[in-house]
Design a protein around this ligand. Structure first.
Ligand code: GLU
Length: 319
């Protein structure tokens, strides 16, 4: 069966330079092997989703020269391709994990977890406080009653048990991490990213996940969850992140240029693709179409360090 890759943007704003580079590399990985490429819109976080962002993102990716075989705009055998339309599948997975004792209801609010947490997870100040296991092992009926008394439904957490999972990442090599009691379904009933991504990658028959290096630390959780659900585990390749000229990781705070803003008069998609590719160690930076990179593409040729994208100045169109 041919390989199947995907790109899974969250329509919370415009795609930035780093997203564009990840999309290009995921597309190259799928297409170089003659595989299919799937576009999936990860729009579960309703508070952050922006109207119109999905259409803008897809349009920007097409401008760049990428194409896909299945997606929210094209349909396909595993539709729907928007997570907001797939909640029945996520609920079925949560119900199954609850029934099999692999998940448990949790009545703790965010503030409860923050108060009870002793240290930030893995010493990373950016990550959520570590869940101290408050509701694990409690009688689920009591947990539900406690949440109801506070006017809420319980969240559902995976019983990770602190297992350590190691895996071979096709870019980063051996990686390892702990599986905590992460949230599967929030108190408001929405599936959490970790659950949705695992259910969707399996049900859309994704065999290769090429995505940003910021998600490397989520992968042990996703592998543990996939195993608990008896699902096939895809191959993973986490691409090094784009950094600013000062070495800072691209984030809202560093105001990375959006793909849309780079589509100024005088800058062609080919010149941007050339720069994105060169930052990943492919080509010499001269303008090219994505498909011109296919013949020589291999993940093991990619640069492994965080990269700066050297943008040309748009050519002067007036003269
Ligand atoms: N929706 C996630 C993001 O935009 C990507 C998730 C994934 O590739 O697994 O960061």
């Amino acid at each position: 069966m041919p390989e199947r890759g995907r790109f899974a943007p969250s329509p919370t704003g415009l795609l930035h330079l780093g997203n564009a580079r990840t999309a290009l590399l995921a597309w190259l990985d799928a297409r170089a092997g003659g595989g299919a490429f799937v576009m999936r819109v990860e729009d579960l976080d309703r508070a952050r989703v922006q109207a119109g962002a999905e259409a803008q993102q897809l349009e920007d990716l097409r401008w760049l020269g990428l194409d896909w075989d299945e997606g929210p705009d094209l349909g396909g055998p595993f539709a729907p391709y928007r997570q907001s339309e797939r909640s029945a599948r996520y609920d079925a997975a949560v119900d199954r994990l609850l029934a099999e004792g692999r998940a448990f209801p949790c009545a703790c609010s965010r503030a409860d977890v923050a108060r009870a947490a002793t240290a930030p997870h893995d010493g990373d100040a950016e990550s959520e406080p570590r869940y101290p296991g408050t509701c694990r092992g409690r009688d689920p009926a009591q947990v539900r009653a406690q949440a109801a008394a506070q006017g809420r439904a319980p969240a559902v957490r995976f019983d990770g048990g602190g297992a350590r999972i190691a895996f071979l990442d096709e870019i980063c090599g051996t990686a390892e991490g702990e599986v905590d009691d992460f949230v599967l379904r929030r108190a408001d009933g929405t599936a959490a990213y970790q659950l949705a991504v695992v259910v969707d990658d399996a049900s859309m028959r994704i065999s290769r996940v090429v995505r940003g290096g910021d998600l490397l630390r989520s992968t042990p959780r996703q592998i543990a969850l996939g195993r608990a659900l008896g699902l096939p585990i895809p191959a993973f390749a986490h691409v090094p992140l784009v950094v600013t000229a000062h070495g800072e990781r691209l984030a809202k705070r560093t105001r990375p240029p959006s793909l849309r803003s780079l589509r100024e008069p005088g800058r062609t998609a080919a010149s941007l693709v050339g720069a994105l590719a060169a930052s990943a160690g492919l080509g010499d930076g001269s303008p090219l179409r994505p498909r011109q990179l296919l013949a020589d593409f291999a993940l093991d040729r990619l640069r492994r360090e965080p990269a700066v994208v050297a943008l040309d100045q748009p050519a002067n169109t007036s003269g």
